[in-house]
Design a protein around this ligand. Structure first.
Ligand code: WT7
Length: 681
């Protein structure tokens, strides 16, 4: 190994040809897989899974202590777990000191220094791939951490990150974690108004952004959006701008600085003073690591807070077990880092496991619908983790885009974000996995930090459209409306209810930023002493779970969580709109589509203009992902005498039901149902 290192390192640095460069890394990864032993906590058989599960429930302290002992701690914990769901207060590995980035980077340097940590595939296939080794990642992260310090960022500061999918986004995230600043990544598809709300709620004082981002054929002018978002904000101290697209941007004197210049300066500093080069802030186990905003059933997104130690242990443990990761493999998670999936399974989980994580800047359908398969072929991807909506979209293009693409490197496939229908599952299995790759259907949420219910690839059985079994440490329970555990089984031996979790696991949400009461009300108050997921589920006679979808007013559009209340608020801001009601309806590609019923009283323009303007308003207030697919103008909404909108009826109409609306006698004006039904689009 050492011989290989001394031989290859200088070559790798000098290697200009992309092809040769990639070849080296492939060879390197192959060698690594023989040299590095697999993970001590990897589960290798169904029996082992059952044993681990039992141990995790019966002796959680011992179980998690033994797993956590595989990480690098500056000080060990005093207590493995301490929690109650009534406040809620949850602590894992209390008293321990660590820095998550030392676990994701530094501890691998000796063995994996020259292994690719990140392989970056640009939006445009003509552009060069970038390979970032663990050593290079270390250098860039330390350097950017120094940039943050130079610009006045200190431990606990909130740093808002609004960037495209470039390696610098990963550097920025890790550099924040390195110095103990709390990152808040905002997906590039959110509008200026959404950013303003998130910056205000998290009281962020620093921003890291790009001039622009490429997504397919589009260029998104990120810096312009930021400028609009903080136009009235006097609290932002610095905006650091990474140059990616070279579109014109405004740079405000003293506030806005270029990434490149700052990095150059930091590099000089680090060269002159080696002592500051590896300074990782010593963090308490329960210090917050990041905030990530997500929609709930109210109009205002919540800042979900995760803390350092538990999140690290959980994302690594689940990554290694669910995907059965073997050293040297290339893992391709197609999510955006702006969502929790990207945080946990592009950055933290894979890097803490010393894996090679592929970061893709673009979209699955550009320049054509064969893009994912080109990437798999080019990089010999072994694990592919994507969303049902992407699978359904690509399925719609038929098998042509697969022609001539060598997918034989694939070993494991995964899905996340929404229930996967059987048709899509089988298409994925047959055409992508060629029936030789286990598919893991991973159920989890922003609030759970990592995968909660899933089969373990090739180890525990898969069942199409079922997430199957809980991870060790996860105790799911189905309850009825009153919170009573569902015991009764139907004729098929299945139970059906609202999905809750009985006990804390290491990466459970700690609080909602700035409003702990909201965290309690949202997740811990519906049912006493239970974490309520907001999802409905069924459980079969083997104890397998199938997630049936949200039971609250949250939509899942293309795997993105959108609150109906948020969309309604945005629609109501359009001049002339009196009131609106938004519901979901089945959509073949997106899973759910957004249907808006709108009472409009303004200047009666052309219907099409009103619709377009409403769409524009929603795009401005939230972002294009929240645009309704259908807008129906109505003269009234089905309301009870107490003024509550009966969404159940609207949902039925949106789904195309023309009768069976149930009891509508309590409605203030039952005739409205007929009118709305007749006007359905
Ligand atoms: C909601 C969480 C978890 C990262 C991506 C979304 C739905 C997620 C599955 C799955 C059925 C799923 C649930 C959940 N969901 N994975 N495998 N099967 N439904 O994170 O935005 O926090 O959304 O996505 O409804 O509550 P999120």
């Amino acid at each position: 190994m050492e011989m290989y290192d001394s031989l290859c390192s200088p070559l790798l640095d000098k290697c200009q040809s992309e092809k040769l460069n990639l070849l080296f890394y492939k060879l390197y990864n192959k060698i690594m897989s023989d040299v590095v032993s697999s993970f001590p906590f990897q589960i290798h058989s169904f029996e082992e899974y059952e044993k681990s599960y039992k141990a995790s429930i019966e002796q959680p302290e011992n179980f998690w202590a033994s797993i956590a002992s595989n990480f690098y701690w500056k000080k060990k914990w005093d207590k493995v777990q301490e929690w109650n769901f009534s406040e809620p207060k949850v602590e894992w590995f209390k008293g321990a000191k660590l820095n998550i980035t030392e676990n994701c980077i530094d501890r691998h340097l000796q063995k994996l220094g020259n292994q690719a940590a990140i392989i970056w595939e640009p939006n445009n296939p003509e552009e060069k791939t970038r390979v970032i080794t663990y050593s290079q990642l270390h250098k860039s992260v330390c350097q950017f951490a120094q940039v943050l310090k130079n610009n006045g960022v200190t431990k606990g500061d909130r740093v808002c990150i609004y960037m495209g999918m470039v390696p610098e986004l990963a550097f920025a995230v890790l550099a924040c974690a390195r110095i103990g600043a709390i990152h808040n990544v905002i997906f590039g598809g959110f509008s200026a108004q959404s950013i303003t709300d998130r910056i205000e709620d998290s009281q962020a004082t620093f921003i890291i952004t790009c001039d622009g981002a490429y997504r397919g054929a589009k260029l998104i002018p990120l810096k312009n959006v930021i400028d609009e978002a903080i136009i009235e904000n006097k609290k932002i101290k610095k905006v650091i701008v990474f140059e990616r697209t070279q579109n014109p941007v405004s740079m405000l004197k003293e506030r806005d600085v270029w990434w490149k210049d700052e990095m150059k300066f930091a590099e000089m500093q680090l060269e002159n003073d080696v002592s500051i080069s590896t300074n990782a802030e010593v963090m308490d186990a329960e210090d917050p690591l990041f905030i990530l905003y997500t929609s709930g059933s109210t109009g205002k997104p919540k800042g979900v807070v995760h803390s350092c130690a538990g999140y690290m242990v959980w994302t690594t443990y689940t990554f290694v077990n669910v995907f059965q990761y073997k050293p040297g493999q290339i893992h391709f998670c197609t999510a955006d880092i702006g969502w929790i999936t990207g945080h946990s399974y592009i950055i933290y989980g894979p890097l803490a496991a010393g894996a090679t994580s592929l970061l893709f800047e673009g979209i699955p359908t550009w320049p054509d619908a064969g893009r994912f398969w080109d990437i798999v072929d080019k990089h010999k991807v072994e694990i592919l983790y994507t969303a049902p909506t992407a699978i359904r979209t690509l399925m719609g293009f038929g098998l042509d885009p697969l022609q001539g693409k060598d997918l034989s490197s694939l070993k494991i496939l995964g899905t996340v974000g929404e229930p996967i229908n059987e048709e899509a599952w089988h298409w994925y299995d047959e055409n992508i996995g060629k029936k030789k790759c286990p598919i893991v259907d991973t159920w989890w949420q922003t609030e759970t930090g990592g995968i909660m219910i899933s089969n373990l690839a090739g180890i525990t059985p898969a069942k199409p459209s079922w997430a199957t079994l809980p991870m060790p440490g996860v105790q799911p329970i189905l309850v009825d409306e009153k919170g009573k555990e569902v015991i009764e089984k139907n004729d098929l031996g299945m139970q059906k209810g609202n999905l809750c979790i009985k006990a804390a696991w290491p990466s459970i949400v700690r609080t909602t930023y700035g409003d702990h009461g909201r965290c309690r009300n949202n997740y811990f108050a519906t049912y006493k002493n239970l974490y309520f997921t907001g999802d409905g589920a069924i459980k079969d006679e083997n104890g397998f779970f199938r997630i049936t979808g949200r039971v609250d007013d949250v939509l899942n559009v293309s795997g993105h969580r959108i609150s109906t209340a948020e969309v309604e608020n945005a629609i109501n801001m359009y001049a002339g709109v009196v009131e609106s009601a938004v519901v979901g309806y089945p959509n073949e590609i997106k899973g759910q589509g957004i249907y808006a019923f709108v009472i409009y009283n303004g200047n009666q323009k052309e219907l099409e203009i009103i619709r377009t303007n409403i769409l524009q308003t929603v795009t401005k207030i939230i972002g294009p992902i929240a645009k309704p697919d259908k807008i129906q103008l109505v003269s009234g909404l089905p309301k009870t005498r107490s003024g509550k909108i009966m969404r159940r009826i609207l949902r039925k109409i949106a789904e195309g039901e023309s009768e069976n609306f149930g009891d509508i006698t309590t409605l203030l004006d039952p005739a409205i149902v007929e009118e709305i039904k007749n006007g359905k689009i």
